[in-house]
Design a protein around this ligand. Structure first.
Ligand code: SAM
Length: 353
């Protein structure tokens, strides 16, 4: 469902006042909304089996993407309202032209001190230094296998070595934290969970396992590949003890554990379980899609066309109204399981994973 500019009727003005009253953005379920995820492009240099449908899907024309000026304007307004953390994602954010100068401008925005990036790592060997210099310090790198041949099968591209070199490069440059995100896929990489968990012990990496989510057409073909975090924990427990870190600062949706092996070596493992253990009650996110739609939930197709508002002369107050209305409409929780297996139709690359 796409909605037009929300009309600010007096009754909603009252509700907006509630949302803003504490100096923070609080939704109707008392969640503080402070985090905006931005999909810079739906283009990607990989074609992962679970993210890109088999048939070729149309990519957005660059005129359909929000321009960097438009993005900076929306982010600036969001920061004025109380957003404190921005993650750049996609598609693959690093394939968008002039991304480094955009990040530099974003990093110079006062009151925005936390800019993060999610990448498949393919371009990191080349871009690590300039990314760091532009202002990124915190990286999530997606990697679903440690086997070169399997990497090609999953992503369609033979560049495992390049990604691994990218990981080594960002470690050398000094990014921290560096989190390695693995989507758990039954029959595809479930024989590697122990090897991945071992990286948390042997390298300075936080390893995070993510449950496969039913989003977009590619997931319909892959639904039987879902595997729960409980099964993952069971598999990696052969390495040692897993103890939940209760003192750890809230780390988004991940539940963080310390893994300690029999020699006393320890490392951090995160588990993200949107399906088996919903974490909606702590969700603090909004999402801006690459074609300029604002969403409050990854797993709901409800969104507002912000680009249309920006390009039809909308004022900053109009943009604020959309942000506030989106927060007001943020669902209490996703209903993907109640929908009897009907996944949301939005494409992950457009929405921003
Ligand atoms: N290209 C970047 C990357 O690979 O990290 C950013 C975009 S990608 C869509 C972001 C993350 O979403 C990746 O870690 C990817 O594995 C994950 N992802 C994509 N489809 C998913 C799905 N159906 N369920 C769970 N995670 C998914």
């Amino acid at each position: 469902m796409t909605k037009n500019t929300p009309e600010i009727v007096p009754e909603s003005k009252e509700k907006y006042r509630d949302i803003l009253s504490s100096g923070q953005l609080k939704d109707l379920f008392s969640r503080t909304i402070s985090y905006l995820r931005v999909s810079l492009t739906d283009q990607c240099n990989l074609r992962c089996i679970y993210c890109s449908p088999k048939e070729v899907t149309e990519k957005l024309d660059c005129k359909e993407l929000l321009s960097y000026e438009e993005l900076l304007r929306v982010i600036d307004i969001a920061v004025q309202l109380g957003i404190r953390k921005v993650r750049l994602t996609g598609g693959e954010p690093l394939v968008r032209r002039n991304v480094i100068s955009f990040i530099r401008r974003l990093a110079s925005m006062s009151d925005l001190h936390d800019i993060r990036l999610t990448t498949n790592g393919v371009m990191l060997v080349r871009m690590a230094e300039e990314l760091y210099e532009a202002g990124i310090r915190k990286l999530n790198i997606s990697l679903d296998t440690l086997k070169r041949q399997r990497f090609r099968q999953i992503t369609g591209v033979d560049c495992f070595d390049q990604v691994w070199q990218g990981i080594e490069r960002v470690q050398a440059v000094g990014f921290s934290p560096i989190k390695l995100n693995i989507v758990a896929l039954k029959g595809i990489n479930d024989d590697e969970f122990v090897d991945f968990a071992g990286l948390a012990l042997s390298h300075r990496l936080q390893v995070r396992f993510i449950e496969f989510m039913p989003i977009g057409r590619a997931t319909i073909e892959n639904r039987e590949k879902y595997i729960s975090v409980d099964e993952i924990k069971e598999k990696i427990s052969v390495l040692g003890d897993l103890e939940e870190v209760t003192t750890f600062r809230v780390d988004g949706p991940a539940r963080v554990y310390t893994l300690t092996d029999k020699n006393g070596t320890s490392g951090r493992i995160g588990f993200i379980s949107p399906i088996s253990h919903k974490f909606c009650e702590t969700c603090n996110r909004l999402r801006l899609t690459s074609d300029g739609k604002l969403r409050s939930c990854l797993l709901s197709d409800m969104q507002t066309d912000l680009k249309q508002i920006l390009r039809s002369g909308g004022s900053d107050d109009d943009v604020k109204a959309v942000l506030l209305k989106t927060i007001m409409d943020k669902p209490k929780g996703h209903t993907i399981l109640e929908k009897d297996g009907v996944s949301c139709v939005g494409q992950m690359s457009r929405i921003g994973g």
